[in-house]
Design a protein around this ligand. Structure first.
Ligand code: NAD
Length: 269
């Protein structure tokens, strides 16, 4: 199918170039996923919030509806469960009226050095962070075609996808893998005019990092290693994701945007 250049209705200026189609946000019950759903709702995009945490997902959808008046649905969907994904993607498209955006924010960290990694930890980490992104993406071409031009996806990787941490073997594998599959999916989707990118956050103040923040000196060490001398808020990652999903990023595909306060720009010298 040839990419079309037509779009109705035209995006209004106060929507920051955002199409009107709905967006599926996995991991939308907390942290970066929640902030992303809210940022998208702010520019009028309907959202489908998926999470294994029902309470968190429902709360996000409720805030989106209450504060921004958009259609906002939520569902308990385990992104490691391919059968559940196959059932839930068409349901999300129906509920939102169109599905022209996808953000894979569902994630788990699984801190463990290589000498302690076992099959269970490896599979659990890879299945959520990496396989889930692929199994959802493979369901999206048809809804994206129906939603029309401007359809796009953003997968959340990490600075750990670019560099290595001794304590995050499976996590690093999953996040490096996200960058690999992002480039591959981007090629396939580009043939139909759709874009796929990734973001690589540094340290973000979300529940995922809370156990680490409780270690003495950990937060101070992170801040010291970050040129902007602080960790980011979830919203500071959500807004770049919203940009990548918008027509403002119409010629950006197959790449990643590092959102790390400069952390990866520093040499060891
Ligand atoms: N917080 C950071 O410093 C940081 C840095 C770089 C990348 N990231 C990535 O950003 C993404 C969002 O993480 P966050 O920091 O907002 O963490 P978070 O823990 O606040 O949110 C993650 C969400 O994913 C959900 N989730 C976990 N397993 C799931 C599954 N199987 N199916 C569906 N949902 C599931 C959780 O319930 C949770 O609501 C993750 O991919 C994470 O790896 C986070």
């Amino acid at each position: 199918m040839a990419p079309s250049t037509a779009r109705t209705p035209a995006p209004s200026p106060d929507r920051l170039g955002s199409p009107g189609s709905g967006v599926l946000v996995t991991g939308g019950g907390s942290g970066i996923g929640r902030a992303t759903a809210l940022a998208l709702a702010e520019v009028g995009r309907p959202v489908a919030v998926w999470d294994i945490d029902a309470e968190g997902a429902e709360e996000t959808a409720t805030i989106c509806r209450r504060d921004h008046g958009v259609v906002a649905e939520w569902a308990v969907v385990d992104v490691a469960d391919t059968a559940a994904i196959e059932k839930a993607v068409p349901e999300a498209a129906d509920a939102l009226g169109s599905l022209g955006g996808f953000v894979h924010a569902a994630g788990r960290s699984g801190p463990m050095p290589v000498d302690f990694v076992d099959d269970e930890l490896w599979d659990a980490t890879l299945n959520v962070n990496l396989r889930g992104a692929v199994m959802i993406s493979r369901m999206l071409l048809e809804p994206f075609r129906q939603a029309g031009p401007g359809s796009a996806a953003v997968l959340i990787s990490s600075v750990e996808g670019l560099f290595g941490s001794a304590f995050l073997t499976a996590y690093c594998a999953s996040k490096g893998g996200v960058l690999g599959v992002m480039r591959s999916i981007a090629q396939r989707f580009a043939s139909e005019g759709f874009r796929v990118n990734a973001v690589c956050p540094g340290a973000v103040d979300t529940p995922m990092l809370q156990p680490a923040f409780e270690l003495p000196g950990f937060r101070a060490q992170l801040e010291e290693r970050t040129p902007l001398q602080r960790v980011s808020t979830p919203d500071e990652v959500a807004r770049p994701i919203r940009f990548l999903l918008s027509d403002e990023a119409s010629f950006i595909t197959g790449t990643h945007l590092t959102v790390d306060g400069g952390m990866t720009s520093v040499t060891a010298i």
